[in-house]
Design a protein around this ligand. Structure first.
Ligand code: C2E
Ligand code: CA
Ligand code: CA
Ligand code: CA
Length: 279
């Protein structure tokens, strides 16, 4: 916020300095977090709205910073990306989530899948496939239970690398979801060539789907697109029963959002999965 309009230059440099110092502080904190085990995962379930069953859990990283408390991913993921720390953090996320899912499966809980968010830097690394494969081998998790969530911007960067990597992941039994779908600029012809399993409709379109005809039309179009391309479709960020019902009417039965559940700590998710047997 500019407080001194008579001297915008000074205000600007103060803000720049503050942002810079915050970034340096976050970077230092993130390095300590990796070494000190300050990261944890929360899991948010995806539901099939007709059967009421959980199909997939999305792993969402949390940072419990010493002396500070929980820091939002919206704050630290951009810094992790710009400093390259997202690669070791992302590997920690994959290992932890794979281990946890394997443990839940071994407890005899429902055989749900795990969805992992992947940043551009991770995906573009030459050894990305080897890293994922090694973590699957290490944890003993079957690749058919893994879905990687990528954003359109990743897929747009280097078409040859993207197609080759996605093709190889698919051959290994791993599914790919296009996250935040509708907010990027992928062309339809490009989309058609990508071996995607799922389109994940961005929360911004779901938010006022019951009051905005434009958003409803966009959501309808994405659902139709997924049908034509023989992909699954899921809506994220559904908060009300009306939104879930409207999505059902449009033929979108996979739903994730506060309406069903917030992201949960591991113990709470274990309880939820145990309860899923009884219904
Ligand atoms: P995302 O991948 O789009 O994840 C969905 C976000 O929406 C999560 O925020 C989730 O808590 C929130 N959400 C889910 N349902 C609802 C709802 O009904 N209403 C509202 N208002 N929000 C809902 P979160 O956990 O704060 O994560 C924010 C972003 O941080 C994620 O967006 C993702 O881009 C990034 N992120 C989180 N974990 C990881 C990770 O392990 N690796 C990478 N690379 N990025 C991650
Ligand atoms: Ca996601
Ligand atoms: Ca998303
Ligand atoms: Ca998002």
């Amino acid at each position: 916020a500019k407080q001194d309009n008579s001297n915008p230059v000074r205000t600007f440099s103060w803000e720049m300095r503050r942002d810079f110092e915050q970034t340096i502080d976050l970077e230092k904190g993130l390095r300590e977090a990796l070494a000190g085990g300050e990261f944890l995962l929360h899991y948010q379930p995806q539901y099939h709205s007709q059967t009421g069953r959980i199909t997939t859990l999305e792993a969402l990283v949390r940072w419990n910073r010493a002396g500070v408390g929980l820091v939002s991913p919206a704050e630290f993921i951009p810094v992790a990306e710009s400093t390259g720390l997202i690669v070791p953090i992302g590997n920690w996320v994959m290992r932890t989530a794979f281990q946890q899912l394997k443990a839940w499966h071994e407890e005899g809980l429902p055989p749900v899948k795990i969805a992992i968010n992947i940043s551009a830097l991770q995906f573009q690394a030459q050894d990305f496939i080897e890293v994922v494969t090694a973590l699957l081998r290490e944890t003993g998790l079957d690749p058919q239970y893994v879905e990687l969530e990528l954003t359109e911007s990743i897929a747009m960067q280097d078409e040859k690398h993207t197609l080759a990597t996605l093709g190889e992941l698919k051959r290994r039994g791993i599914s790919i979801a296009m996250d935040d779908f509708g907010t990027g600029y992928s062309s339809l012809s490009y989309l058609k060539r990508l071996p995607l399993h799922t389109l994940k409709i961005d929360r911004s379109f779901i938010q006022d789907i019951t009051s905005s005809e434009e958003n409803l039309a966009i959501v309808r179009t994405i659902i139709e697109l997924a049908r034509i391309l023989r992909m699954d479709v899921i809506a994220e960020g559904a908060e009300t029963g009306e939104q879930v019902e409207l999505l059902k009417l449009q033929g979108c039965f996979n739903v994730q959002g506060y309406y069903y559940s917030r992201p949960l700590p591991t113990d709470d998710m274990t309880e939820l999965l145990k309860g899923a047997f009884k219904s």
